[in-house]
Every structure is written in structure tokens, then in C-alpha cells.
Design a protein around this ligand. Structure first.
Ligand code: GLA
Length: 385
């Protein structure tokens, strides 16, 4: 049974009535542009075929009922007037946070029954939480006729994550889930959320993009992500700009010189400014039809995240080193770091060799077996029935 029918049937079983509709929202993988989004910079994610699917109906009595078939336990019942930031450490914080953010912004949401399931791997750096947020935001936007645009839903979801969940993340993941289109990567300026859909069909050119989930779980509500963010903000303040986005690549050396002996801040600034330049280079290459050449840029991005931003880990480095040694065109960690997934760009003919080499390297190192799959740029959030 297709996911949407299963979710619909699950809803009927739980709540005793048909849902008003079913919505889906994808996870994402980021091609390039890491830790640039909270520096007002550029990112380039695309949507995965893995989605959160939610069946939803309105309620008028100020109650939110939540159920996930992925989690043990029954229906969680919450009162809307009792929703409070950082009061919930469970999965329910994501959908409840969205309801909280909508109501905080003055939108007349009076309750909902929700049953959902997700195929986005959790803790793998593939935005399982953004998928949960966006699917609920889109459903409530439709059902309550709120008239919000996709980018506005993304902003509300980010607020849910920052304030309600308490994770200081940027805007990339929610915008990717809400705005991506099949067959395209999303070139997003995170300062004003202006966007350009860049055709990205590697299969047509004989290439593949693999996602390698290292199975090392990460969390953004722990300290390291926030420390990097604070370090970037310190860099911007020391350099007298609103955000690191405002340091032109051509001025990087001069900016680094001005940071004097602030060694850690210098590394963070160097990563962010060069990463913005890498995003622009990838866009230029893709628009020129030179897709193979982006591999080198991805690999440079990994070195910067590993050496300057210092958020890689032995498993991610092993994927990248092994893939490159086995003929990959490029490879890098993707997402927030400290675990999660890497991406590998490869000729279609080399995929099996590279996959096998990575699996063997993990076995030899004594690491948990990685999960490898091909990432096909897929549709953004939508109503499915
Ligand atoms: C996580 C965050 C994003 C972004 C990435 C790093 O995925 O949710 O906002 O900062 O890390 O690029």
C-alpha cells in the first residue's frame, strides 16, 4: 500500500473518521553550502524521495492530537494554550512547535488531529525534523486557509525549531523541504530567501550522487553547532559586518589579517567565505553544463569543513577518502556535521566499486555498516490527497 493510503488508513483507525487530507514533505541533501545559512550566505540543497507523510484534520476545541507510526506509544494529546518553548524533548516538539509558531504569529489555528509516518532517516543529517515541521505547516496552511507562501512557512518552521525545540539552526532545511522541485537543486540566498531552481539531472549525464549514511547520530540541540554559530557571529562583529556573507571572497585575506590572533574565529570565517564562493562556482559550472567539474569543488568543501570548521568525524572522512581513492569525482560530508551523511559524486559505472570499497573500509575500521543509497532530486512538500 502506498504511504499515503497507509497513513490515511492509520488515521481512520486512530481517530474514527477520514482525515481532511494527506500531505507530504521531503528530507533533503545539501549539495554545497554548509554552515552558510546562519551567516546569510548561499546554499544548494535538493529534496530526497524520502518524505514525512501526514494525515490531518482540523479541530475546534484547542486540542492537538499527535501520533506517529514510527514511534512506540499512543496518541499524544496537547492543549494549544499550554504549548511552551523547550517544554518537550520528544518528536512531538516538531509538529507542536509549528502549531505554536503559527499561533504566535497570529494565525487562527484551533487544533488538529495528526497521524504521520516518515521514511527520512532520523539523525542522519538529512533533515528528518524539517520534513516533520514542513508537512504540518503546509497541512495547516491549506486546512485553515492561511494563505502563507512557501518561504513564509519555512520561516515559521525555523522559528519552531529555534525557539520551541531549542536548536539554533538556519533556514536551509525548511526551505529545501518546502520549495525544492524534482530534477532540480535549489540555489538559495538565505539573506532574502530569493531562489533559483537549477536543473540537476545527473543520471542523464551518466553520473550518480550517492548518500552514505555513516549511522553516526548527531543532534543540533547539543553545544557544538551553537558554538560554531556563535564563533561566526563573533567574526562578523569583529569585522564590522552584519553577517559573514558581507565579506567578499576577494577581501578574505585582508579580513583574516584583521582578525589577528583570533585563530579559531579566523578558521570559521575562512570556511564560510570560501564556502559561499564554492556555491557560486557550482552554480556557474552547472549552468555551463560542466557537471563533472563540481566534484572537485565538493571535495574542497569537505577539506574546509574538516580542517577549518572542524565538524567532520572519522567515519565521514573515511567515506570521502575511500570514495576518492576508488574513483569518485568528488565527495564531502553534508548537513550539520559530527556524524550523519556524506555525499559522493561518481560515474554511474563506478558506483558498485565505490560502494563496495566504502563498505569494506568501514568493516576493516570496525565501524557500524553504512547505509548507501542513490539520491535523486525529488519534489518538495505537497498535498497528496
Ligand atoms: C543543519 C541546519 C541547517 C544548516 C546545516 C549546515 O542541517 O539545520 O540550518 O546550518 O546544518 O549547513
Amino acid at each position: 500500500m502506498a504511504a499515503q493510503q497507509q497513513v490515511r488508513a492509520g488515521f481512520v483507525e486512530l481517530y474514527g473518521a477520514e482525515p481532511e487530507g494527506v500531505w507530504s514533505a521531503p528530507g533533503r541533501v545539501n549539495l554545497i553550502g554548509e554552515h552558510t545559512d546562519y551567516n546569510d550566505g548561499f546554499v544548494m540543497p535538493f529534496a530526497l524521495p524520502h518524505t514525512a507523510v501526514a494525515a490531518v484534520s482540523r479541530r475546534g476545541d484547542g486540542v492537538l492530537r499527535l501520533h506517529s507510526s514510527d514511534v512506540d506509544g499512543g496518541v499524544v494529546e496537547l492543549r494549544l494554550d499550554e504549548l511552551a518553548p523547550e517544554s518537550d524533548r520528544n518528536w512531538t516538539a516538531y509538529p507542536a512547535g509549528v502549531v505554536w509558531a503559527l499561533r504566535e504569529a497570529g494565525h487562527p489555528v484551533t487544533g488538529a488531529d495528526v497521524h504521520l509516518t516518515s521514511t527520512v532517516p532520523a539523525g542522519a543529517g538529512l533533515s528528518s525534523s524539517a520534513a516533520l515541521e514542513v508537512v504540518i505547516a503546509l497541512a495547516l496552511n491549506d486546512l485553515y486557509d492561511l494563505g502563507l507562501q512557501r518561504w513564509q512557512l519555512a520561516r515559521l518552521c525555523q522559528r519552531a525549531e529555534n525557539v520551541y525545540v531549542g536548536a539554533p539552526t538556519g533556514i536551509m532545511d525548511q526551505t529545501a523541504s518546502a520549495c525544492c522541485e524534482a530534477g532540480h537543486a535549489l540555489f538559495l540566498d538565505t539573506r532574502d530567501l530569493s531562489q533559483k531552481q537549477i536543473p540537476f539531472d545527473l543520471a542523464a549525464e551518466g553520473m550518480r550522487l550517492l548518500v552514505v549514511d555513516t549511522q553516526v547520530k548527531h543532534a543540533h540541540s547539543d553545544g557544538e553547532y551553537g558554538k560554531r554559530r556563535a564563533g561566526c557571529e563573533k567574526g562578523a562583529a569583529l569585522l564590522g559586518v552584519d553577517a559573514l556573507r558581507d565579506i567578499p571572497y576577494a577581501d578574505l585575506d585582508a579580513a583574516l589579517a584583521r582578525l589577528g590572533d583570533e585563530e579559531e574565529v579566523r578558521r570559521l570565517v575562512r570556511h564560510v567565505v570560501t564556502e559561499d564562493e564554492r556555491v557560486e562556482r557550482v552554480v556557474t559550472l552547472l549552468e555551463a553544463g560542466d557537471s563533472r567539474a563540481i566534484g572537485q569543488v565538493l571535495t574542497e568543501g569537505h577539506a574546509s569543513l574538516r580542517d577549518d570548521f572542524r565538524i567532520s568525524c572519522p567515519e565521514l572522512d573515511l567515506v570521502v577518502d575511500t570514495a576518492l581513492a576508488s574513483g569518485a569525482l568528488g565527495a564531502r560530508m553534508t548537513g550539520g556535521g559530527f556524524g550523519g551523511s556524506a555525499i559522493v559524486l561518481a560515474e554511474a559505472a563506478d558506483v558498485d566499486t565505490i560502494t563496495k570499497a566504502v563498505e569494506e573500509a568501514f568493516a576493516t575500521a570496525g565501524f557500524t555498516a553504512p547505509r548507501v543509497f542513490e539520491a535523486v532530486p525529488s519534489a518538495g512538500a505537497r498535498r497528496v490527497s
